[in-house]
Design a binder for this molecule. Structure first.
Ligand code: 3PG
Length: 307
């Protein structure tokens, strides 16, 4: 029988797991659940006889892929696929896919959760500030960036975006000002929301030079990946500029230095929480299950990443 492994160190909501199971069982396949695991060895053991695997930010490394004796398809239930070793998948003839757009609204809503909490002084009762009228810069206008822009309109913000891969007319059609360079975006906007993927070009690209051009009262919101930040540069800048804050959905490597030196100027989630809603789990989880069934039964390769 075709075995589908769901390997989630950070599990989906139970309602999403029920939905995934229904799709897999109705297709005549078997579902194997590996949740809350703590070692790669557990993942390696579970993937051995799986035909398909669904992961979230779980690391699908060469070690795990090499241990998979029957694997035909690996799905990242989510958008960013920096956790998949695509060359290793390709070398073994495994089709790798993601589920783009499925959890985007959840991530976009968290941007405002982080922002409002921060500008209202962590709900301490001290006088804070508002988003209305502030300039927001969206760095990368994919599915999450677009939702961030749409919500910003409701707050009455002045919204800008930079994305070299999306035509300016498409951005402007949403009532968002399209800027032609990343430098212009950071120079113009007090608040920047990051939505770039983590890859060889973007890692550590958000550096001291770029961030230091942001206007007074700057806030950098990172619901993308911690790897895109040059942490040494950010720490240097925050030491120099008492008006600069950093809000991140996942703790930075240098968390202790932020805690010791920049009280009131950071907010970090303890565990990546952007996509951690029932709705996003259902959207991404069920899409992943359906993509597996469609691939195994009909050879459908829509959303294949390693073409
Ligand atoms: C994504 O890339 O889809 C998000 O970062 C969500 O990641 P998660 O599934 O680990 O919550």
């Amino acid at each position: 029988m075709t075995k589908v492994l769901v390997a989630t160190e950070k599990p989906f909501a139970p309602v999403a797991v029920d939905g995934i199971r229904k799709i897999i069982v109705e297709a005549g396949f078997e579902l194997i659940l590996l949740e809350n695991y703590t070692t790669t060895a557990e993942f390696v053991a579970a993937v051995k006889d799986a035909d398909a695997v669904i992961v979230r930010s779980d690391i699908l490394s060469k070690e795990v892929i090499d241990a998979a004796e029957k694997l035909k398809i690996a799905i990242r239930a989510g958008a960013g696929y920096d956790n998949l070793d695509l060359p290793a998948c390709t070398a073994k003839g495994i089709v790798a896919m993601n589920t783009p757009g499925q959890n985007s609204n959840a991530v976009a809503e968290l941007v405002y959760g982080l922002l409002v909490y921060h500008i209202r002084k962590n709900f301490s009762g001290k006088s804070g500030s508002e988003l209305r009228g502030k300039k927001l810069g969206i760095h990368a206008y994919g599915a999450v960036g677009r939702y961030v822009g749409l919500i910003a309109k409701g707050f009455g913000m002045d919204v800008y975006a930079f994305d070299p891969f999306i035509p300016a007319e498409k951005i402007e059609a949403d009532g968002v000002h399209a800027l032609s360079s990343v430098e212009e975006l950071y120079k113009s906007c007090q608040i920047i929301s990051l939505h770039i993927p983590a890859n060889a070009q973007t890692k550590k690209s958000i550096n001291y030079e770029l961030l230091s051009t942001m206007p007074k009262g700057a806030i950098l919101v990172n619901t993308a990946r911690k790897e895109v930040i040059e942490e040494e540069g950010l720490l240097k800048l925050m030491a120099e500029r008492k008006d600069f804050s950093y809000l991140s959905d996942i703790e930075p490597d240098a968390k202790q230095q932020f805690v010791e030196n920049f009280s009131g100027r950071f907010v970090f989630t303890a565990k990546k929480s952007g996509a951690q809603t029932e709705e996003a789990n259902i959207n991404a989880g069920l899409a992943a299950a359906n993509q597996i069934v469609n691939f195994i039964k009909n050879g459908d390769k829509t959303f294949q990443l390693n073409k």
